[in-house]
Design a protein around this ligand. Structure first.
Ligand code: S3P
Length: 169
């Protein structure tokens, strides 16, 4: 197995499995795991949904950027799952790609739609947008996520197979 010198950054749309997969990859490689949503939640003491409700999305995005840049400034490599909107931010995207080992976990719209109902309660953007708007968001973001040097198509793969694919690159 190659030595992991850079932080593995998992990107992709909400609900693709970044956190679940990231925890397993971190365990397999004996690295620390971080999740940008969780770091923001711990900092504020509210859930992501509550932060959107109380402080608004712009406030959330500012903290999201601070948490991600802070993780990538650490010397020790880790596994970092970033929120599905993080790559909209040019600075976050550039730093994740330059300093990190960014991996796009790509799910098809058809597969993703099967998960939408389970995700809605905790994802504010799924609550305030129509299905058409979410589909547009999904499509627009694919080009941003695709800038990550590695893409793994997750449709038809089990969690364990995705974890394996990340380690085998
Ligand atoms: C968001 C994705 C969420 C969370 C927030 C906004 C987005 O993270 O950061 O609800 O803009 O796509 P996950 O991708 O972990 O669900």
């Amino acid at each position: 197995m190659k030595t992991q010198n850079k932080t593995i950054v998992l990107v992709g749309f909400m609900g693709v499995g970044k956190t679940t997969i990231g925890k397993k990859v971190a365990k397999a490689l004996d690295l620390t795991f971080n999740d940008s949503d969780k770091l923001v939640e711990e900092k504020v003491g509210l859930t992501v949904k509550e932060i959107f409700d109380v402080h608004g999305e712009i406030y959330f995005r500012g903290l999201e950027e601070a948490m991600i840049l802070s993780c990538l400034s650490e010397d020790q490599p880790q596994v970092l799952a970033v929120g599905g909107g993080a790559f909209i931010n040019d600075r976050i995207r550039e730093v994740c790609i330059e300093k990190g080992d960014a991996i796009f976990l790509k799910i098809s719209w058809e597969e993703w739609k099967k998960r939408a109902d389970d995700l809605r309660p905790t994802r504010p953007l799924l609550q305030k947008n129509s299905e058409d708007e979410i589909h547009t968001l999904f499509e627009v973001r694919q080009q941003l996520y695709s800038q990550a040097p590695t893409t793994i198509v997750t449709d038809n793969l089990t969690i364990e197979e995705i974890v394996e694919a990340i380690q085998q690159r």
